[in-house]
Design a protein around this ligand. Structure first.
Ligand code: F3S
Length: 648
């Protein structure tokens, strides 16, 4: 068996590894401040005493600065809900969820479900770590298994060694070149080959992290001696176990990459798969550089940036900001002297948090060009639709910040500096300080905790059960690759309302269609039409919740991103698919559609839609499992869970 099959086998609750829907038990969960509020509201509504997982964590890492009372209310709600339900709470400033999870919680061979699309990062330690919507994660927290179609397993064989100034980010970008943002859909990327042994756990984390950019369900690495050394250095050696693919393991597809043939790469605006060699865009003038995010803010990433910057200055035209991945990373930077090198060169150090990755701070100027080590460069992701964002590795980012233009680090660095980059190693013992991690209380103490909602946390909107006949206008017609950032953007100003659904909903499609909210408010019920890969990007479930709040009953698209489709079902919205992609042309915004016999169509897997304006009909598919059908009939996962747990 391969590694994925071994873990699935040991966690299988229903189904078969030969295909179809499987259900697996979940050992750990992860939520952050944008997804945890919803999860906490679900736990409250289910009146449970606590979570039933081995370990669940709420991280405060996205909107950390409490720039408003709403934001502070959200933090307090999360902290008190964590205390009430037996959940670890990672305080603002402790670090980005995926970094801290790898450092302090991830366990080889276990299953983690995270309410964030980059949860696969923990796959660096041989954990099966999958991103999901907050509702699915909340369900797992009360003991529900996680369901998915049995994925294909793609074997990514790494051979050889990376050259100087070529990093794990360049492997990820190369894979994006090969697979595109859709090539991993329905698949798990399993890494193997002799090149894996040359990659540290943080380097593996960069690769596992960006598997979601290829649409993959997750990515996983073997648990080997490198994993063991990392866990021992974190003081957690006892959780290590060897986890390797059998010699005769089989895969659905194999891709082989010669690491020694790679060079520094860049993803050009505005998609992570628009990849080119850095040398092709060298000389492009840049305004700002950000080194950070859950992809590239490890100790080694920042030490390498420090090597590039030492003895040089950040160009006068450049704003260079650096956000270390965690307090542990920051502590080591300070201890090693690298922090001083970064500061002397002119870098600004931000809090250990997501920050500019999702447009919280460092929004580029109008028409600005930004260079980032993060994982997404969709339009508007940086907080500005008009910005051009390039994604690169830390060495390229640091080199470019000294010259004010995109620079291949190999053209800047002296031979001894290139050699120093290759000598950067993980510490034999990390500085472990968990004072920003609040552990769960004993059950009797938990029961006394009051969950403090504050004024910003509204109650969870709940819809009625599925209607037999849906007659509604098309509220918006969208193109291909619409991201959850397009549906509900995330920046500090908007995100402060995340706990207040009616207020937050006012920002739905606010950049791409400023008239959307006024239009949809005039429609008691409505339908969204979209092209390929609808809902790609962040796992943000509000991209389903807010349309549900406005009365959207169905989305008709050519295809969906996995997590968003799951979110639509969890909020009782029918995720319909054109049976003939050309039928997309048969609908325009504002036209009235009629879906009759919806309940029977749900069980048969297809529905006939009548376009009342054009007097024509077409067929749409709704392939779904028994659980999906049950949830859609109930009007969403919260109704389904309440029936099951509370008997309502
Ligand atoms: Fe945070 Fe950006 Fe990762 S928002 S979780 S650093 S993708």
């Amino acid at each position: 068996m391969n590694i994925t099959e071994k873990i699935l086998c040991s966690h299988l609750v229903e189904g078969s590894l030969t295909g179809g829907e499987i259900a697996i038990g979940v050992d750990q969960t992860l939520c952050h401040d944008l997804t945890g509020i919803m999860a906490a509201q679900v736990l409250e509504s289910l009146e449970v005493d606590g979570v039933s997982t081995e370990c669940s964590v709420f991280y405060c890492d996205h909107n950390t600065l409490a720039i408003s009372v709403e934001n502070a209310d959200d933090h307090r709600y999360l902290r008190t809900a964590a205390a009430r339900f037996g959940i670890h709470f990672s305080k603002p400033g402790n670090g980005i969820c995926h970094f801290v999870h790898c450092q302090r919680f991830a366990v080889p061979g276990r299953v983690m479900l995270g309410a964030d699309s980059h949860s696969p990062t923990s796959g660096a330690l041989g954990m099966l770590a999958i991103g999901a919507g907050g509702m699915s994660v909340a369900s797992a927290m009360v003991g529900e298994p996680f369901r998915m179609e049995m994925p294909k397993i793609i074997n990514i064989v790494l051979q050889g060694r990376l050259g100087p100034a070529v990093s794990a980010k360049d492997i990820a970008l190369h894979l994006l070149q090969l697979l595109t943002v859709r090539g991993g859909i329905g698949s798990i990327l399993e890494f193997s080959g002799e090149g894996v042994a040359g990659l540290s756990v943080p380097e593996r984390a960069t690769l596992a992290n960006m598997s979601i950019e290829m649409g993959a369900t997750t990515a996983i690495f073997p648990s080997d001696q490198v994993t063991r050394e990392f866990l021992v250095a974190q003081g957690r050696g006892e959780v290590w176990q060897s986890l390797l693919a059998d010699a005769d393991a089989s895969y659905d597809r194999t891709i082989t990459i010669d690491l020694s043939g790679l060079e520094p790469l860049v993803a050009k605006p505005h998609m992570p798969d628009l990849v080119a060699p850095v040398r092709e865009v060298a000389g492009t003038v840049v305004d700002s550089v950000f080194i950070g995010s859950c992809t590239n803010a490890s100790l080694a990433d920042l030490q390498k940036a420090a090597i590039v910057l030492k003895g040089r200055k950040v160009a006068s035209t450049i704003d260079l900001t650096i956000a270390p991945g965690s307090r542990q990373v920051l502590a080591h930077l300070e201890e090693s002297g690298a922090l001083g090198d970064l500061l002397v060169a002119g870098a600004r150090i931000l809090e250990c948090a997501c920050g500019p990755c999702l447009g919280i701070g460092q929004v580029p100027a109008s028409g600005g060009v930004a260079l980032r080590t993060s994982n997404r460069n969709f339009p508007g992701r940086s907080g500005s639709e008009a910005a051009s964002v390039y994604l690169v590795g830390p060495e390229t980012a640091a080199a470019s910040s000294t010259l004010g233009k995109i620079t291949d680090p190999r053209d800047l660095l002296r031979p001894e500096e290139l050699a120093s980059l290759e000598k950067v190693r993980e510490p034999a013992a990390y500085r472990v300080d968990d004072c920003y991690l609040i552990g769960p209380l004993p059950l009797e103490e938990r029961k006394k905790v009051e969950v403090v909602r504050g004024g910003n946390v509204s109650s969870l909107p709940i819809r009625g059960s599925l209607r037999e006949k849906i007659e509604a206008p098309v509220a918006i017609k969208l193109g291909d690759n619409i991201t959850t950032d397009d549906i509900i953007p995330a920046n500090a100003e908007i995100l402060r309302h995340i706990g207040n659904i009616p207020k937050f909903a006012e920002f739905t499609f606010c950049y791409s269609d400023p008239g959307f909210v006024a239009r949809i408010k005039s429609m008691p019920h409505s339908i969204i039409v979209a092209g390929e890969n609808y809902g790609q990007g962040s796992s943000r479930e509000h991209a389903a919740l807010l349309p549900m709040f406005f009365g959207v009953e169905a989305v008709i698209a050519k295809s969906y991103a996995r997590i968003h489709r799951e979110n639509l079902i969890n909020y009782g919205i029918l995720p319909l698919m054109f049976s003939n992609r050309n039928d997309y042309q048969l609908i325009e915004e504002g036209e009235m559609l009629c879906l009759g016999d919806v309940v029977r169509g749900l069980s048969e897997g297809h529905i006939i839609i009548h376009n009342l304006k054009r007097s024509l009909s077409f067929k749409v598919y709704l392939p779904c499992s028994a659980r999906d059908r049950r949830v859609l009939l109930a009007g969403g996962a919260i109704n389904d869970l309440q029936r099951k747990i509370l008997g309502q």
